[in-house]
Design a protein. Structure first.
Length: 367
């Protein structure tokens, strides 16, 4: 019997957090349930949290979240969740850049929660000949709630495989020069089109990162420190002071204390001080999503205006900006290291299959 296999290939898996399949309560509910059932995300005793999640949060929050998703859902030639679309664009652009350099590297995108799922994506990559796998999360700053959870799920999936790929993971790149450079270019490109704030006159720039409970910091999670380092490096690259460009944390959920200062109260305070212009940027989100397009660009803007603030500008995330694709490429190349970036030649594959067939045809002799 002929032995058939795919040519061995190097693969890069770009991973983001997740999104519902549609902006409806029916689609949002299973997505939220999967997300909020992750013990890495919610560290509350399982039985207590099950009751809270299934009896209170999901029945109430699914519909409310669906309305928010509907407000930012893309329609037209390219329709769907912004997070999914921009994450796919990043993976596709990375693949094209590798191909332009003559490399034959498999590049796929998956979500930790929702679709495309990690499990189905990894299985498809395995069936296409994946022999070496680089996991590249779209989380620049490491957190157990995001990065570690993604690694947990990948390890769980691979644990059931007979033939596992060689594996490398990118833990973080919060201070990588290419990432910081892409952030700087994104901000400066916006200013080139809309004018630079008058920082000497009191205008402000806010770097808003996703928040997490303060107890994660107390338990040793480096996320807080990495966010502040990103903010400092970006602030210095832009030539600003700590007073002109501030770091805050958004998306607080529940009553527990989260990382401070909180974004919304800070913005309200700046509005009350009659700040003439506030620009806000979310460096920890490589792709625009609900938390940036709805919470920051809409809700927080209203807080600022109603409090008496002047001009409010939301600066889009990196998305598929060329500088960020270059950054992704540089990060990926550094981590692939000595790996071959080309699949086996047809000659090598044919010889390997011939030898395997000959071995399979040989009788096994036992003494």
């Amino acid at each position: 019997m002929a032995i058939q296999r795919q040519a061995q290939r190097t693969a890069i898996l770009v991973v983001n957090l997740g999104t519902p399949d549609a902006p409806t309560a029916k689609a949002v509910k299973p997505y939220l349930k999967q997300f909020l059932s992750d013990p890495r995300v919610v560290e509350i005793p399982k039985l207590i949290w099950w009751c809270i999640l299934n009896l209170i949060i999901l029945p109430i929050r699914s519909g409310a979240s669906a309305k928010k998703y509907a407000s930012i859902w893309l329609h037209g030639a390219i329709s769907g969740s912004p997070l999914l679309i921009y994450s796919q664009k990043q993976a596709q652009a990375l693949k094209k850049k590798l191909e332009a350099q003559g490399h034959d590297v498999m590049v796929e995108m998956a979500m930790r929660y929702g679709n495309p799922s990690l499990e189905l994506t990894l299985e498809r990559m395995r069936d296409a000949g994946m022999e070496r796998l680089l996991v590249l999360p779209l989380y620049p700053q490491y957190s157990a709630t995001t990065t570690a959870s993604t690694f947990d799920e990948i390890f769980r999936i691979l644990a059931s495989w007979r033939n596992q790929p060689e594996l490398r993971i990118v833990k973080h790149y919060h201070d990588h020069p290419a990432y910081i450079g892409a952030l700087k270019q994104q901000v400066e490109s916006y200013w080139a089109q809309h004018g630079r704030p008058n920082f000497d006159g009191g205008d402000k720039l806010l770097f808003s990162f996703h928040g997490v409970p303060k107890r994660t910091l107390d338990k040793g999670d480096p996320y807080h420190c990495e966010c502040h380092k990103t903010g400092r490096l970006l602030r210095e690259a832009l030539g600003l002071t700590a007073e002109q460009a501030m770091v805050t944390f958004q998306s607080r959920f529940g009553k527990a204390e989260w990382l401070k200062p909180y974004t919304a109260p800070t913005v309200k305070m700046l509005g009350e001080k009659k700040t003439k212009r506030l620009d806000i940027f979310c460096p920890g989100f490589p792709a625009d999503c609900l938390e940036t397009l709805e919470e920051i660009a809409m809700e927080v803007r209203e807080d600022f205006i109603h409090a008496g603030g002047g001009e409010y500008n939301y600066i889009a995330c990196l998305n598929d900006a060329p500088a960020w694709i270059d950054g992704l490429h540089q990060i990926a190349m550094e981590h692939t290291g000595s790996w071959s970036l080309n699949s086996e030649s047809s000659e090598v594959l044919a010889l390997s299959q011939k030898r395997a067939s000959e071995l399979a045809a040989c009788p096994v002799l036992y003494p």
